[in-house]
Design a protein around this ligand. Sequence first.
Ligand code: FAD
Length: 536
Amino acid sequence: MQRWNGWGDEKINYPIPENAKGYLADILGDEQHLPDASLESTISKIPRSQFDNVAFISTDPVDRIVHSHGQSLPDWINIRSGQIPKATDGVIYPNSEGEIKKAIDFAVENNIILIPYGGGTSVVGHINPPPIGTPTLTLDLARMNHLLDLDQYSQLATFEAGIKGPDIETALNQEGYTLGHFPQSFEYSTLGGWIATRSCGQQSFFYGRIEDLFRGGKLVSPIGDIELPPFPASAAGPDLKQIILGSEGRLGIISQAIVQLQSLPQFEDFYGIFFRDWEDGVNAVKEIAQKGIQLSMLRLSDPQETETTLVLSGKGNLLPYVDFGLSKLGYGEQRCLLIMGVTGDKTSSLKAKSAALRVCRKYRGLYTGNYVGKSWRKSRFLAPYLRNTLWEAGYALDTLETAVPWDKVDQAKKTIIRSISEAVETENQRVLVFGHISHVYQTGASIYITYLFRRSADPQENLERWQIMKGAASQAIIEQGGTISHQHGIGQDHIQYLSAEKGSLGIELLENVSNFFDPQAILNPQKLFNSDQFKQ
Ligand SMILES: Cc1cc2nc3c(=O)[nH]c(=O)nc-3n(C[C@H](O)[C@H](O)[C@H](O)COP(=O)(O)OP(=O)(O)OC[C@H]3O[C@@H](n4cnc5c(N)ncnc54)[C@H](O)[C@@H]3O)c2cc1C
């Protein structure tokens, strides 16, 4: 069963390795066990739903609690302390497009807010009911999880949008195909959610981002449906798919999506390479990206992330030997770990690997085989479980990301990290911050930042600390010319920063599109942009 107040399956745990406990205590302060609110006490705090007697609406309190938050740090702080700023009044589980339309009609006729919900893995407050008096219903697409059509000849598949990552891969793998979209939230996030948030999978360098895989589909809106045929390419005016991508539930419900497939790869492997410092590592990944060497993944950790990852990997007993060996070879405290993946047919994969290693050697990269890569692959979807155990040991963890052109990568990462550290310095708070490059493009790269701090017993204080650090980092991102989100979207947490990159006219355009599809502003209001007034 899925945890109601944390990440993933209740049966799966990722314990903090013994040696990592001391490491975290030294940096952040001692482990502490602060009590979490029980499910019973959380249930007792949510008000009665006015939809208790409507046949197609679930008002089960656990259902309502689970659907009132996502996986952002403020969500965690609230849910773990039994506070739900606003609970959804009920959940609808449509089985078909007809039932989606029925739900929309019900919401329109009764002036009810309707929040489309995929897997609930949003980390920026996409699915939380807005804190206003208007009743809210959540439309969970979990039952719309079928493969509708597989066109092997054209390599296209049509899925209902509520299908989750593992079910997509199971359906395709048995026919010899893959979608190749593997965000770290893969096990729980959905195809519709990926499209609505412009998600990016871990092997985007090979398979592409979701916008490259999304070929067509259907949007069901309050004023009618939009059907998008899967043209391989088109010069027929602006591409309407681009309006749906990143629409965050504001325009309508993506009921089905047509995606492009790849044959299952014959070969796949991941390798570890150490660089003496960040600069060498960045130069190597930039050159690999710009030479178009066809790898499937490049993930370069900075020195702090390299150290923390090795400590948290559970291989603590090996670390002193690794440390000694690497230091002797000149890979000391500033060393950076690159994990590089190859995917495809064996010959071209090994050719790409050799070409990439040639570039790495040019920048003094030390190839260490596939041991580190194997352990990364093993824990690629397990790592988020560490968030549960860290929380239970008294530490809060949050992540954020941006993308900038290559000439800004170094400065932007430094500035974001410094802004987070300095934000809490005056209050004598300690924070552990590190970063990596996880997605590379010809012209630039994404920067992914993780920060951890020791929690206070007071949830309000934790929310304030988060706000200070997140605010400082977001401001730094804007000042450095980065996008406010490379992959997580806008939700409610990034709203105030969107106009910095879209401009006021751009925001107005988005508002007008939203007003067109949803004249009453019932669909997920106060997400993406906030100027809409709920129209009574
Ligand atoms: C541990 C963890 C790791 C993550 N790793 C990654 C990663 O590697 N890459 C990445 O890109 N993201 C990642 N994320 C963020 C998150 O998983 C993505 O934003 C994901 O795309 C959300 O999908 P979902 O199905 O859970 O959508 P939800 O969270 O349920 O919804 C997100 C938004 O999409 C809208 N929506 C959902 N379904 C539909 C639909 N059918 N029609 C219209 N609107 C819809 C919702 O209204 C909401 O605005 C991670 C999150 C977590 C918690």
